[in-house]
Ligand binder design. Structure first.
Ligand code: GLC
Length: 756
């Protein structure tokens, strides 16, 4: 045996954090060498195998239970996913530890994407807070709850760059900008991992999907990705590099074919770049069966060749794919692959197990008591409510309809998502109890006194039938019944809160859509209600940017609320009643039309960027729609107003390698305290390759009391001014730059400077 066989309660005090003894890397390396010296080739390959549990599948083709149980007992499974609870993880762990020759514990993993039971906003929404403390705190709660349920490893944060809202997984990421995405990734990794992986309230994080999955052609799920070297290095890879530098414990590759090489078989990405150039010493897990699926891609003639390609490329662990266990041993014996490749993968896997403390106590994370005490606690729910309200983006607020005035007597809460306790939990909801969110209707009722009447009508359905992760949704596009009743309710209200948008299962994995518009019944419901009551605030809930030009034109107010998690209704009420002044900013452009996809602010100029006054058609445009976003990246309003003055650079020119200091005064010239996200962009006017018309290179979220002025300062160095040029080499080139500062990516002050 490698460790003392402590029971989980002895090893884990009933509540709180145990002081874990952090084992040094040198000690780990020594222990790994000793252990691997005892292992057979089959046992080493066994560590590279990850099986899904039985109750819940997040992919196709899983094998039967007995098959897996026998492998686990033989010590031929290094990890499991989709097994949760202290009890169940303990049972499977005992199968491995008590029956196998060496008793090596397994790692238990799960997709804890935006919470385990206490749900935070979906990641795209949470990123709209532009508050990295919020992201870190949310991940820390998720880690504590997941660890309390026996888990060691989460397959998060997803950090795929994305530009196409047709792709369902935009809900899972951090939007269209590499700088914001990088900051968000690091914040979430720090939240999940804390400063001690062996602590019983942290879990190993996973940078996924490495790389380029979000560029699926036409936004179609699992579709081919063609990404130039230039875009790959300047747009797609920066969040992953930041994650590796931040010490993320694991990476996950992906399903996508990248420029003809599926990433699971990409030696360039996994070995040359990640493990060699970036020095990553953790493990890379495949995505679900993505090794075996190399056959489907047509780059491997069978699973044996798939296994050979993947291990040579640097995929260390085979998730629910069976390719490694069936083939690696034979490939070594036939001399097709060097056993050293197996040794390296096995070493990386064992290293994580030592870092997690699993050899000291394989049951340290399975505490029934912590499972009861650390989950859905008031503290966790308070963090979820804070994250939710900070993620809300005020898109429009004419006549200062919001916040709701104190003299309001009747509030009508209407729409398919008005009384919905399920959709706010979002997709990728881990073990959230269904229908456990605070609905908008409940949140409003919680917030008002008895002298305010709250009325309700559903109006129309957004979907019909079952709403599950694995079932096709029936999105309602034809049933308009219920509008008349809703209009009657709206007529008699001082203000209408109209909850429309997308069901949470319209986005997420396997949820790409060609039509990302508001459904016709919901648009008709809005039109009918706005006609009888101008005091209507649209409360939009959605997992992706939506083209809402009719709402933008005709609604009095629009509040973007994503899918905000467990405390959704309370957080929205906090904003609507002015308890919290909305401060969110869009992490992804909202289009005027779905046909604009892919749409992103950090675009290139093209050789014909400007309109020549409409005289000719020979410039980059559409004949039937504007080029610009309906609501741009970085956009969001407040109940107060902010003014920018005195943009200053400490020098108008500087040498490469020097630091430029940029400062600006931000004034809250309204009547309410509020937060502003001050954003700094650059434009490199000329380069050895074409450069984006704008690039976010700094942001700071500041609280300004009514009437207060603050000076916000940014520093620009090579790290911000350089880019990956020809041959993907990082360069800083002299030339002319513009600096932009403001509260979104369009309304900006600007200044020039020269880099010599
Ligand atoms: C899924 C997803 C991946 C997830 C994994 C395990 O197909 O692509 O993000 O972590 O399988 O559920």
């Amino acid at each position: 045996m490698i460790f003392s066989n402590t029971s989980c309660n002895e090893a884990n005090p009933m509540s709180g954090k145990i002081d874990s003894k952090m084992i040094t890397n040198a000690e780990i390396d020594k222990k790994i060498v000793e252990l691997m010296a005892k292992m057979t080739l089959e046992e080493k390959v066994g560590q590279m195998v990850q099986y899904s549990g039985f109750g819940e599948l997040t992919g196709p083709g899983a094998k039967d239970n007995d098959f897996k149980i026998n492998k686990i007992k033989a010590g031929l499974a290094g990890s499991m996913l989709n097994v949760t609870t202290a009890k169940q993880t303990r049972e499977f762990q005992e199968l491995a530890v008590n029956n196998s020759r060496l008793g090596i514990p397994m790692i238990f993993a799960y997709d804890v994407i935006h919470g385990y039971k206490t749900m935070m906003p979906i990641p795209l929404g949470e990123t709209a807070s532009w508050d990295m403390d919020v992201l870190e705190a949310g991940a820390a709660v998720a880690a504590k709850e997941a660890a309390a349920y026996g888990l060691h490893w989460t397959f998060a944060p997803m950090m795929d760059m994305m530009r196409d809202a047709r792709w369902g997984r935009v809900m899972e990421g951090a939007g269209e900008d590499p700088y914001l995405n990088s900051k968000a990734a690091v914040a979430r990794i720090n939240g999940f991992q804390g400063d001690d992986l062996s602590a019983n309230y942290t879990v190993a994080a996973c940078a996924k999907h490495f790389a380029g999955y979000g560029f699926a052609d036409a936004g179609r799920e699992y579709n081919t990705t063609e990404i130039t070297e230039h875009t790959l290095h300047n747009m797609v890879l920066p969040p992953f590099k930041a994650a590796a530098e931040a010490g993320v414990a694991t990476f996950m590759n992906g399903f996508n074919d990248l420029n003809g090489i599926p990433v699971t078989a990409s030696t360039y990405l996994q070995r040359d770049l990640l493990k060699e150039e970036w020095g990553f010493d953790g493990l890379i897990v495949s995505d679900w069966a993505s090794i075996a699926e190399l056959v489907g891609h047509g780059i491997a003639k069978d699973e044996r060749q798939a296994a050979e390609l993947a291990i040579k490329a640097g995929s260390d662990m085979d998730m629910e794919g069976y390719a490694y266990e069936d083939n690696l041993g034979a490939l070594v014996e036939e001399g097709k692959i060097d056993e050293a490749l197996i040794d390296d993968a096995c070493r990386r896997i064992l290293k994580l197990k030592f870092q997690l403390g699993l050899f000291d106590d394989p049951y340290k994370y399975c505490s029934e008591e912590r499972q009861k005490n650390d989950v859905l606690s008031p503290e966790n729910l308070a963090i979820a409510r804070d994250a939710a309200r900070k993620s809300i983006v005020l898109l429009k607020n004419e006549d200062n309809l919001l916040p709701i005035k104190n003299d309001v007597k009747t509030i009508a809460v209407i729409g398919p998502f008005a009384n919905d306790k399920n959709s706010p939990l979002g997709n990728w909801r881990a073990k959230a109890d269904p229908n456990s969110a605070v609905s908008l209707l409940e949140g409003i009722k919680n917030a008002v006194g008895e002298n305010v009447k709250v009325t309700y009508a559903k109006g129309v359905n957004a979907t019909t039938g079952r709403r599950e992760f694995v079932f096709e949704l029936n999105v309602n596009k034809t049933d308009f019944s219920g509008i008349e009743e809703a209009v009657a309710v709206a007529k008699n209200a001082d203000i209408v809160l109209l909850a429309i948008g997308e069901d949470c299962f319209q986005s997420g994995e396997g949820r790409s859509q060609v039509d990302i518009n508001l459904t016709a019944p919901q648009q008709a419901l809005f039109d009918a209600i706005q006609k009888v009551n101008k005091n209507t605030a649209v409360i939009l809930s959605n997992g992706r940017p939506m083209p809402i030009p009719a709402l933008a034109e005709n609604a009095t107010a629009i509040v973007e609320t994503w899918h905000l998690g467990s405390e959704s209704g309370n957080a929205i009420a906090d904003v609507l009643f002015g308890k919290y002044n909305p401060s969110g900013k869009l992490p992804m452009s909202f289009p005027r039309h779905g046909g604009q996809m892919p749409l992103y602010y950090n675009r290139k100029s093209t050789g014909r960027p400007d309109s020549r006054g409409g005289e000719v058609v020979f410039w980059s445009h559409y004949t039937d729609e504007k080029n610009t976003a309906l609501y741009p990246f970085g956009y969001g309003l407040s109940y107060t107003t902010f003014e920018y003055r005195n943009l200053k650079l400490d020098k108008s020119s500087m040498e490469v390698g020097e630091t430029l200091t940029v400062s600006v005064d931000v004034i809250n010239n309204g009547s309410r305290d509020g937060h502003e996200v001050v954003q700094l962009y650059i434009r490199d006017l000329f380069g050895s390759v074409t450069r984006p018309v704008k690039e976010l290179k700094g942001f700071e979220k500041v609280l300004l009391k009514a009437g207060e002025t603050k000076t916000v300062t940014f520093k620009l160095t090579n790290a911000e001014l350089g880019f990956y040029g020809q041959g993907a080499k990082y360069v800083v080139e002299s030339g002319d730059f513009k600096i932009f500062v403001g509260g979104n990516s369009v309304d900006l002050m600007e200044a020039d400077f020269e880099l010599k």
